[in-house]
Design a protein around this ligand. Structure first.
Ligand SMILES: NC(=O)c1ccc[n+]([C@@H]2O[C@H](COP(=O)([O-])OP(=O)(O)OC[C@H]3O[C@@H](n4cnc5c(N)ncnc54)[C@H](O)[C@@H]3O)[C@@H](O)[C@H]2O)c1
Length: 249
């Protein structure tokens, strides 16, 4: 029960990695507030957590909508008077196996908006609250694509590389506060997200993994929970790999 009496906000908790982190944080005592763009998914996760006897609040929003994301965080703060943990697992792949000549500017802008601008918006909204309370744990889910570059996914790769830069910069910016800002860079993880990825791209990715299998959402959740725990007090601006041996630096 590492998170008893802590308020944890998770954006992107409707499915996949975010849902796995939410379920686990709740089972370890956190008071959860979950948000996602998909109303049915977030309501299902909410019900699943309520069924265990734990409390949870749910919001449906687009993380890249600054007004709605700010309002959501403000409402949470007004009600609970603090936010200990912010986790952002929101991400979209956008076009894959797509040479840049065929990659539409609108798609590029949308991927950047959701994967990067969304992360900026929620970090900006929560940091003043955490500063007032002199405690905070912020975690963004990046990707190995942002470290190594994946071909045919220029928007996704660029958004995740920029997200890694943002985590590193913010980690340093806040290093003398009691707020840590970290990222996780997963390799291929089995989740609904991959159902839209081109099969050729999927086998390219599995072949690059020394363990020759995708990771699981529970494996990512286990790492994420340590990063947002009080125990993880000397890591900030760090990007944690979870890639079955693929990441080499
Ligand atoms: N699955 C992988 O192989 C993998 C690998 C590396 C990195 N990642 C990253 O991990 C994170 C989680 O991925 P996942 O596999 O669980 O994917 P997923 O698609 O299952 O989950 C992403 C969640 O974000 C939500 N979302 C999408 N756009 C949103 C928006 N505009 N506003 C609010 N919510 C929105 C989705 O509805 C979904 O619930 C993503 O950032 C992804 O880029 C995943």
């Amino acid at each position: 029960m590492r998170f008893t009496n802590q308020i944890a906000v998770i954006f992107g908790a409707g499915r996949g990695i975010g849902k796995a982190i939410a379920t686990r944080l709740s089972s370890e005592g956190a008071k959860l507030i979950i948000a996602d763009i998909l109303i049915d998914e977030i309501e299902k996760v909410k019900q699943q957590i309520l069924d265990t006897g734990d409390s949870v609040e749910a919001y449906t929003l687009d993380i890249s909508d600054e007004k709605k994301s700010n309002l959501c965080i403000q409402k949470i703060f007004n009600k609970h008077k603090k936010i200990d943990i912010l986790i952002n697992t929101v991400g979209i792949v956008g076009p894959s196996s797509c040479p840049i000549e065929n990659y539409d500017l609108e798609d590029f802008i949308q991927v950047i908006n959701v994967n990067l601008t969304g992360a900026f918006i929620v970090s900006k909204a929560v940091i003043p609250i955490m500063k007032k309370l002199n405690y905070g744990r912020i975690l963004h889910i990046a990707s190995i694509a942002g470290k190594e570059g994946n071909p045919g996914m220029v928007g996704y790769t660029a958004s995740k590389a920029a997200l890694i830069g943002m985590v590193k910069g913010l980690g340093k910016e806040l290093a003398e506060t009691n707020i840590t800002v970290n990222g996780v860079a997963p390799g291929l993880i089995s989740s609904e997200m991959n159902s839209e990825t081109d099969p050729e791209m999927l086998s390219y990715m599995i072949n690059k993994i020394p363990m020759k299998r995708p990771g699981t959402v529970d494996e990512v959740a286990a790492l994420a929970l340590w990063i947002v725990s009080e125990e993880a007090s000397f890591n900030t601006g760090s990007i944690f790999d979870i890639s079955g041996g693929r990441a080499t630096y």
